[in-house]
Design a protein around this ligand. Structure first.
Ligand SMILES: Nc1ncnc2c1ncn2[C@@H]1O[C@H](COP(=O)(O)OP(=O)(O)OP(=O)(O)O)[C@@H](O)[C@H]1O
Length: 621
């Protein structure tokens, strides 16, 4: 009976496996505490999950153990394993999963690794590790490539298949490193020249990294399989008594995944959305940095059983040393010991996060059926049982992806610039269209205007011609009238003007003679004045006054003569142009004026004559 067995897991009671959630189930969301960015304190408890896998009998065992029953009996439906002590007694152990010799590789992947891979895709670290005696199927479980038979593919290949199927190569990235710990040195299986890679621990986060290890970005499954093949070729293996191709090193495959998750995609979208509203629609996406570590341990073995000696013995001792260090750490963690001897080996330092750390860890312990190896099988089972007690505090590794936000903003900016340029082009085309239309309209308006002007011009010319014609007709009529009425007067007017001119000329001559005479008189007066200088008689003074008065009169006359001259010249010009009636009027007027002038001149000369008489009298006196 299953329940009648004795539980052997460090105490008399099996771990409370039923209380835990299903091995396949995802992490309970309600337990997750998140704090972004910086990867902070998003933790959830996660016990190390352990499955046991039984290898079928191999050819050697079929022969050697033909008469013996297997040392184990599996009850997969109860997830129990019975380890026979003898024919009538057995110890019963409970595991998270019990995988029989008939379990397919697919089933093994799904119960052991798939939940871990899913966690890695969610941004957690994950570890899948195989532990067991040499030749029990660790490499078979983890590392089979399934070249000929895809159903034989191991956990490594299937994990990568799942990862590649769940990420977007446009926004996410996957890269791998493949290493081995051989004789306490870390070597690069993808580049054997890298044969002493240091382990670097981040003091702040506790994260472990291997600077210098080859990191290859994976974009397709085939590349990954080729890398695994390359790594397997470089892995140290040897033909031992227990396994013709026994791995002499611990192989460690590290898969680094960076997955960009847009805000609002998952359960904490509301929180992210609220936070992102301050930056508008451009919420930084969340970058999840999950790391999957797949560890194919070297086989635990009893040295005498593996037949190792010389260098292989040294290898076996080194393997056992590191496995024993791992066992001690797991024991310490299982017992909540204050000190966990992580630094005792490279293996434990490298697996620091896998046991007692932040990783979701799944362990598959492989066992063989042979009763001859019962002790090793028991040891393996106990290792698994202790590992089941190790509690990890899973911590999500995520941060705001400012790089991707910047890229998105750049793309958005490019889009906006292109939109703007397109709109600018549309605008320019529209402006050009409007300009051409306006130009067309202006040209049309100009043409219309020119036509209208031309029409107006023609009309004006016609009106002008009409007016000229009318004037000419009128002028002609007037001409005829003039000819009929005033031709004789015109001729007589012209004669009168000529006479007037002659008279005027005569008067000018007279005036000049008078001026000459006046000048002479002045000279004589000066002489006379000198002679009579001291006399100062009143007569002379009177004469002077009379003389000055005469001069004034003379000037007045001169001005009148000048005015007459200018009027005469004007009259001469106008006389040729004005009609005969007007000429008559002007002529009459001038005759009158001229008569007055002549009268004035005669008065002057009469005065002048009187003066001269008086003057001569005076001289005689
Ligand atoms: N479940 C299985 N079904 C069929 N064959 C298996 C199974 N497990 C292992 N084998 C076979 O057993 C042999 C040893 O397996 P494997 O090399 O995987 O053991 P191992 O534990 O890795 O050994 P080592 O520790 O020496 O490297 C191989 O030939 C493998 O094909």
């Amino acid at each position: 009976m299953a329940t009648s067995g004795v539980y052997r897991n460090g105490s008399n009671k099996a771990p409370n496996l039923r209380a835990s959630s299903s091995f396949k189930s995802k992490l309970p969301v309600s337990n997750v505490r998140r704090s972004i960015p910086g990867g902070a304190t998003d933790t959830v408890s996660g016990r190390v999950r352990v499955a046991v896998r039984l290898r079928p009998r191999n050819a050697e065992e079929m022969a050697a153990d033909a008469d013996f029953a297997d040392c184990v009996e599996l009850q997969p439906e109860l997830k129990r394993l019975k380890l026979r002590k003898n024919n009538w007694d057995s110890d019963t152990y409970e595991f998270d999963e019990v995988l029989t010799e008939y379990s397919s590789q697919k089933r093994v992947y799904e119960v052991v690794a798939k939940p871990v891979v899913e966690s890695v895709l969610d941004g957690y670290n994950g570890t899948v590790m195989a532990y067991g005696q040499t030749g029990t199927g660790k490499t078979y479980t983890l590392g089979r490539l399934g070249d000929e038979d895809t159903s034989a593919r191991g956990i490594m290949v299937r994990s990568m298949e799942d990862i590649l199927a769940n990420i977007s190569l446009e926004t996410d990235s996957v890269s791998v490193s493949y290493l081995q710990i051989y004789m306490e040195t870390i070597q690069d299986l993808l580049n054997p020249a890298n044969d002493n890679i240091p382990i670097v621990e981040d003091q702040r986060t506790g994260d472990v990294s291997l600077p210098g290890a080859t990191v290859v970005e994976i974009r397709d499954q085939q590349t990954f399989i080729e890398l695994l093949r390359l790594g397997e070729n470089h892995r140290v293996a040897a033909n031992t008594k227990l396994n013709t191709e026994s791995s002499r090193s611990h192989a460690i495959l590290m898969v680094h995944m960076k997955r960009s998750v847009l805000g609002g995609e998952d359960e904490f979208s509301t929180e992210n959305e609220n936070r992102s509203h301050s930056v508008g629609n451009f919420k930084p996406s969340i970058l999840r940095k999950g790391k999957l570590v797949v560890v194919d341990l070297a086989g635990s073995e009893r040295v005498h059983k593996s037949g190792s000696e010389g260098h292989m013995l040294e290898e076996a001792k080194s393997i056992n040393l590191s496995l024993s260090a791992l066992g001690k750490c797991i024991n310490a963690l299982a017992e909540n010991s204050a000190h966990v001897p992580i630094r005792d080996s490279k293996l434990t330092r490298l697996l620091k996060d896998s046991f007692g750390g932040t990783s979701r860890t799944s362990l598959v312990v492989t066992i063989g059926p042979s009763p001859r190896h019962r002790a090793e099988t028991a040891s393996t089972i106990l290792f698994g049982q202790r590992a089941m007690k190790v509690e990890n505090m899973l911590k999500i590794k995520e941060e705001f992806d400012y790089k991707s936000l910047s890229k998105r903003l750049e793309i958005e900016l490019d889009k906006l610039i292109a939109d703007n340029e397109r709109q600018q082009k549309v605008y320019e085309n529209e402006v050009e269209r409007i300009r051409l239309e306006a130009q067309k309209r202006v040209t049309e308006a100009e043409r219309n205007c020119a036509e209208a002007l031309e029409e107006e011009k023609v009309k004006c010319q016609m009106d002008y011609m009409e007016s000229i014609k009318k004037l000419e007709e009128k002028w002609s009529v007037n001409q005829h009238k003039c000819v009929a009425n005033g031709e004789v007067h015109m001729d007589s007017g012209n004669d009168e003007v000529t006479k007037l001119k002659a008279l005027l000329q005569n008067e000018i001559c007279l005036r000049k003679a008078a001026e000459e005479e006046n000048k002479n008189l002045k000279l004589q007066l000066v002489k006379f004045s000198k002679a009579e200088l001291s006399g100062g008689s009143t007569n002379v003074m009177n004469i002077q006054e009379i003389l000055e008065e005469e001069c004034r009169q003379n000037k007045k006359l001169e001005e009148e003569v000048r005015a007459l001259k200018s009027q005469l010249s004007q009259l001469s010009t106008e006389a040729n142009l004005v009609c005969s009636m007007e000429v008559y009027l002007f002529c009459d007027l001038y005759y009158l004026t001229l008569a007055i002038c002549l009268m004035s001149i005669s008065v002057f000369y009469s005065h002048f004559g009187a003066f001269m008489t008086y003057y001569n009298n005076m001289l005689q006196l």
